[in-house]
Design a protein around this ligand. Structure first.
Ligand SMILES: C[S@@+](CC[C@H](N)C(=O)[O-])C[C@H]1O[C@@H](n2cnc3c(N)ncnc32)[C@H](O)[C@@H]1O
Length: 226
């Protein structure tokens, strides 16, 4: 598809074939395999090679240890993030995905185990709207939150609302699928209204924000058109 070729404001970084051999094979064939060996063509339903490279490089460059993803799917983003954690010497990856068993046939988790990364992952098979407030209530925090769950605008806004609070100051939030208005409008809201979030990278594939060490000092009635 055209949007995957780099139409954004910044050229996509080149996909790095060296991240992880399973991920390379998945991108080469466009398929993943279920537990019984059945081949599944995943189409466009997962992080692009460029985004996988970006996630891996982010985790490595800043030596991230605690990561969270909303929407595990076939495990493409999870492979990139967890390989980064492994290459950093270890870490903890929390994945939230209500459809991992029922829709995705546990392939995401299986792929992480096949790649020898399963020990890094904790999966919550429930909707983000339940799991994220629970994580926050328990005082969990993350260096990076990757948002790629239910793509309706209000759900993406909700994911960002919690991600902003779950990510430590200086940490990152990455939103997939900025070609979708539901996501790009969420980013627009954030950049106009949330001064603690700074834009690092935006293209038609994904957006990377950094959380600054700045309080949320908006007045109760603050609102900027976006
Ligand atoms: C596009 S897929 C994720 C692809 C994955 N990040 C990858 O790169 O392979 C979207 C995922 O969001 C999950 N999802 C759907 N509704 C959700 C919700 N309310 N909360 C969290 N995840 C949800 C789906 O089950 C699916 O696994």
């Amino acid at each position: 598809m055209e949007w995957r070729q780099g139409l954004g404001t910044t050229p996509f970084p080149r996909a790095d074939p060296e991240i992880n051999s399973l991920l390379t094979e998945i991108y080469r064939t466009g398929t993943v395999h279920a537990a019984d060996g059945t081949e599944i063509k995943f189409g466009t339903g997962g992080a692009t090679p460029a985004l996988a490279s970006e996630l891996y490089r982010l985790v490595r460059a800043h030596r991230l240890r605690r990561t969270l993803e909303v929407g595990m799917g076939w495990g493409l983003s999870g492979l990139a993030i967890c390989q980064g954690l492994r290459d950093n010497g270890g870490g903890h990856h929390v994945a939230v995905d209500p459809g991992q068993t029922t829709i995705y046939r546990s392939v995401g988790l299986l792929n992480l185990r096949r790649a020898g990364l399963g020990d890094l992952v904790q999966l919550f098979e429930e909707k983000a709207e339940f799991a994220l407030p629970d994580l926050l209530r328990r005082g969990e925090w993350f260096d990076l939150t990757f948002i790629d769950g239910w793509h309706l605008h209000d759900y993406v806004m909700l994911d960002l609302f919690y991600a902003r609070q779950l990510v430590r100051a200086g940490g990152w939030i990455c939103l997939d699928d900025t070609w979708m208005p539901a996501v790009s409008r969420t980013v627009a809201f954030a950049l106009r209204n949330l001064s603690m979030l700074a834009l690092v990278e935006r293209n038609d594939n994904y957006c990377l924000l950094r959380k600054l060490n700045r309080p949320d000092d908006r007045a109760w009635d603050h609102f900027e058109e976006f």
